[in-house]
Design a binder for this molecule. Sequence first.
Ligand code: GDP
Length: 174
Amino acid sequence: MNDIKLALLGSQGAGKSAVLVRFLTRRFIGEYASNANSLYHKRLSIDGRQLNLEVFDPCSQSSEARCILEEPVDWADGFVVVYNISDCTSFINAKNILQQIREARLKNCKGEVEVPVCLVGNKQDLCHARQVGEDEGRCLAQENRCHFQEVSAAESYQDIANLFTQLIRQVMEH
Ligand code: GDP
């Protein structure tokens, strides 16, 4: 059984918990108490392999959230960095987080290994209030050599399932 550890990072309110709960339960939970760190477990099978998935959904302001990036012993095998397409501040925050992941990994791995990361533009259903272009998200992902996906935790399961599956595959190949 493979153990895979993922962490969700991003601004408070970007929809990290909603994205994760959608993946784990196929449901959208409108209001979610996200003022505490949460560790989720799920057993799943990908490409015929049984996996033990652990996903850390930190309270955005918590010291544990910062620790994940600062701890030399990396907890996470992969990261999902979430921003809200209708909030440009959350995009700037995502940019900073990607840079911190890069710097933390360079320090730890002497630049030899790149951790799998997926950049996620959530709340695609709010495109009438869009503040971050899809191209901006794609460019940022290219700069950071990571996968990119716009999703709506409110409206769709499949895109979210695809991005987690792809990230887990990358971690398994790592
Ligand atoms: P977190 O702090 O990043 O974990 O964000 P939450 O998952 O708690 O979501 C913050 C708010 O955004 C909640 O009111 C959610 O209902 C809402 N939300 C999350 N995802 C979506 C989405 O895809 N579309 C819309 N319209 N609202 C969403």
